[in-house]
Design a protein around this ligand. Structure first.
Ligand code: IPM
Ligand code: MG
Length: 404
């Protein structure tokens, strides 16, 4: 159902009116490729954002173009502002033009948003607001966050080798509901004259069902184990969550379903992460657990993500932030964004062969010993962001056609 559509989301390419309108006035439009006869062509919106975002997106774009060209796939890239970059340019974190461009493209690749400069902005003028608005506008309710410990990087994990080695899990996070978006919310003064902040954790049955289906489908294509994480011993929203997920299990007899409270899950993730295959959870628990899972792999700089809707374009982004402390210094690890480009090809466009080329190229660059600072260990070759990108590009080029 949803997930099946998610996996083969190939749409005809259109050049929307807004594309032309925006391109006239916007300094952000980069180029529009001319397709060779017989090639497939996709429009990709690039949202470089803030901090290290522009550095890593420009590298991922080159890798995407190269991997595509080897598989008869061409791209038109259109760069648009989001986050702090948009605040500086037009005063809002998500301009209308960015929303239209994103909606009308075939997939969206985002770098990162946020930075010290905007940290004290009012809530609606914070860069993060732009990201949340974009997720809502694209209706990307299903966020896939894989955490895989690569054998080349097992010593980068803070966990013991025997605990980290072989970890390969997927967090399926609900992304457009729950406490992030629930109403009522706000800060008010109560009857005692004291300030009170409040938010609402709310899930409708259909929101739980659709994310659960994506998770069951995901687990089915992996090792067939699904762990639903909630706080059903305390929260009503979680009680309904557990009831709906349990009810769906009969449709997926090949998937082994278990349930876990979120506090226990947080503990089990560091105690014995290999027990997990696919985890499905709500928006806020998924935010927290995916950061925790990422660290098992050694570096948050390695992990990609895909945010998918029922039908429209998906949003693909590294799960790391904008890292303003190293921005512009050629120190960032571009691999999470490069791997997000691979997810874009695989989950967003159904271009599995080109995706595999990128995944393989990343492994080759790591096998050849290249490391950015965040994953460096003695005996490996320390490189900057650009050089790592070059190594991946070289590996994309030198591969024999990958089999899927
Ligand atoms: C993430 C981030 C975002 C979130 C922030 C930047 C709004 O932490 O993508 O995990 O909380 O979803
Ligand atoms: Mg987060």
């Amino acid at each position: 159902m949803a997930a099946a559509a998610l996996q083969t989301n190939i749409r005809p390419v259109k050049v929307p009116a807004t594309f032309r309108a925006v391109s006239k006035q916007s300094p952000f439009r980069v180029r529009c490729a001319v397709a060779s006869p017989g090639n497939k062509r996709y429009n990709i919106t690039l949202l470089p954002g803030d901090g290290i975002g522009p550095e890593v997106v420009s590298i991922a774009k080159n890798v995407l173009r190269q991997a595509g060209s080897l598989e008869g796939v061409e791209f038109s890239f259109q760069e648009m502002p989001i986050g702090g970059a948009a605040l500086d340019l037009v005063g809002v974190p998500l301009p209308e033009e960015t929303i239209s461009a994103a909606k009308e493209s075939d997939a969206v690749l985002l770098g990162a948003i946020g930075g010290y400069k905007w940290d004290n902005n009012e809530k609606h003028l914070r860069p993060e607001k732009g990201l949340l608005q974009l997720r809502a506008a694209l209706k990307v309710f299903a966020n896939l966050r894989p955490a895989t410990v690569l054998s080349q990087l097992v010593d980068a994990s803070t966990l013991k080798r025997e605990v980290a080695e072989g970890v390969d899990l997927m967090v399926v996070r609900e992304l457009t509901g729950g406490i992030y978006f629930g109403e009522p919310r706000g800060i008010k003064t109560n009857e005692n004259g004291e300030e009170v902040g409040f938010n609402t954790e709310v899930y409708a049955a259909h929101e739980i069902d659709r994310i659960a289906r994506v998770a069951f489908e995901t687990a089915r294509k992996r090792r067939g184990k699904l762990c639903s994480v909630d706080k059903a011993n305390v929260l009503e929203a979680s009680i309904l969550w557990r009831k709906r997920v349990t009810a769906l299990a009969s449709e997926y007899p090949d998937v082994e379903l278990s349930h876990m409270y979120v506090d226990n899950a947080a503990m089990q993730l560091v105690r014995d992460p290999k027990q997990f295959d696919t985890i499905v959870t709500n928006n806020i628990f998924g935010d927290i657990l995916s950061d925790e899972a990422s660290m098992i792999t050694g570096s948050i700089g390695m992990l990609p993500s895909a945010s998918l809707s029922d039908s429209g374009p998906g949003l693909f982004e590294p799960i790391h932030g904008s890292a303003p402390d190293i921005a512009g210094q050629d120190k960032a690890n571009p691999l999470a964004t490069i791997l997000s480009a691979a997810m874009l090809l695989k989950y967003g466009l159904g271009e599995e062969k080109a995706a595999k080329r990128i995944e393989d190229a990343v492994l080759v660059a790591l096998n050849n010993g290249f490391r950015t600072g965040d994953i460096y260990s003695a005996g490996t070759k320390l490189v900057g962001c650009k050089a790592m990108g070059e190594e991946v590009l070289k590996s994309v080029d030198s591969q024999v056609p990958a089999s899927v």
